[in-house]
Design a protein around this ligand. Structure first.
Ligand code: AMP
Length: 194
C-alpha cells in the first residue's frame, strides 16, 4: 500500500493537488476538513460543536478527529492506499495515525509538504472566499489558521523528519508544475509499495 500525507499551511493547494494524486495513483482521499464540513452541513451534534471552532480557525479536539479517521480507515475495504489531506495536524494525531495504520499492517510512506509564502496564502484564500464562499475564508479566520499552523501544526514536520519521511516541495508555480514535483517524489515510493 502507498499511504501519503499531503501537508502544508491553509491555502497551500493540498485539496487541488490531492485530486490530481487520486486520479493518477488511484488512492483513497481522506480529508478531515471535508468530513467536518459534511457534519456541519448535516447539522449533526458533532457538526454544531465543530462549527464553533472551524469558524474561528481553531483546531477540533484530537480525540474527535482521530475517531473520525479511525472510522474511515476501518471501513476502507480493499484499496491501494490513502492520501491524508489536512490530517495529521498535531503530533498526537500523527502518533495515532501511525498506530492505526500499524494495526492494518501498513504505514505512511511519505509526508509531502507544500511550501508557500504567507502573502501568497492570504491572496489565494481570499480568492477562494470569493469563488467558493467557505465560511472560514475571511481575513480574521485566515490569519488565525496560519498562526495555528505555525504554532502547532508545523511540529508534525519534525515528527516525520525524525523518521526520514518528510519531503518539502515548492508550492508555487502552475498547478501542473507543482504536480510534477509531487509526482516525482511519489514515484520514488510508488513502485515498491503499490
Ligand atoms: P481544512 O479544510 O483542512 O483547511 O480544515 C478546515 C478546518 O477544519 C480547520 O481550520 C480546523 O478547524 C478543522 N480541521 C480539519 N482537519 C483537522 C484536524 N486534523 N485537526 C483539527 N482540526 C481540523
Amino acid at each position: 500500500m502507498l499511504n501519503i500525507v499531503i501537508f502544508g499551511p491553509p491555502g497551500a493547494g493540498k485539496g487541488t493537488q490531492s485530486q490530481l494524486i487520486i486520479e493518477k495513483y488511484k488512492l483513497t482521499h481522506l480529508s478531515t476538513g471535508d468530513i467536518l464540513r459534511g457534519e456541519i452541513a448535516a447539522k449533526t451534534p458533532l457538526g454544531l460543536e465543530a462549527k464553533k471552532l472551524t469558524d474561528k480557525g481553531e483546531l477540533v479536539p484530537d480525540e474527535i478527529v482521530i475517531k473520525m479517521v479511525k472510522n474511515k480507515i476501518d471501513s476502507a475495504g480493499n484499496h491501494r492506499g490513502f492520501i491524508f489531506d489536512g490530517f495529521p495536524r498535531t503530533v498526537e494525531q500523527a502518533v495515532a495515525l501511525d498506530r492505526l495504520l500499524k494495526e492494518k499492517g501498513t504505514s505512511i510512506s511519505v509526508m509531502i509538504t507544500l511550501e508557500v509564502e504567507e502573502d501568497e496564502l492570504i491572496k489565494r484564500l481570499l480568492k477562494r472566499c470569493d469563488e467558493e464562499g467557505r465560511s472560514d475564508d475571511n481575513i480574521e479566520t485566515i490569519r488565525n489558521r496560519i498562526k495555528v499552523y505555525n504554532d502547532v501544526t508545523c511540529q508534525v514536520c519534525d515528527y516525520y523528519g525524525k523518521t526520514g519521511r518528510f519531503r518539502p516541495v515548492p508550492g508555487t508555480g502552475s498547478v501542473e508544475e507543482i504536480f510534477e514535483r509531487i509526482s516525482s517524489v511519489i514515484d520514488e515510493y510508488a513502485e515498491s509499495q503499490l
